[in-house]
Every structure is written in structure tokens, then in C-alpha cells.
Design a binder for this molecule. Structure first.
Ligand SMILES: [Zn+2]
Length: 44
């Protein structure tokens, strides 16, 4: 699964803990910690 610090590519990622959606606009963007809960694991 995509994790904070990875560059999983463009798209929407959903925090596993709280469901917050994080959008990466660019393939070089790094997945941040969840802005809401600080979680580090996401799903597509
Ligand atoms: Zn979260």
C-alpha cells in the first residue's frame, strides 16, 4: 500500500485511519502524512 514518503504517482489516496483524501498532482510529488490524523498509510 502507498505510504508517506513514497512517490506513488498522480492520483487520489485515502487515509487508512480516517478516510481523508489526499491528492497528488504530479508523479514527482511525495505522499505527505495525513493532514487530518497524521496517518502514514493510504489506499488508492
Ligand atoms: Zn488520516
Amino acid at each position: 500500500m502507498p505510504t508517506t514518503g513514497e512517490k506513488p504517482g498522480k492520483g487520489e489516496y485515502i487515509c487508512n485511519k480516517c478516510g481523508q483524501v489526499v491528492v497528488l498532482d504530479d508523479n514527482t510529488d511525495t505522499l505527505p502524512p495525513c493532514p487530518k490524523c497524521g496517518g502514514t498509510e493510504y489506499r488508492k
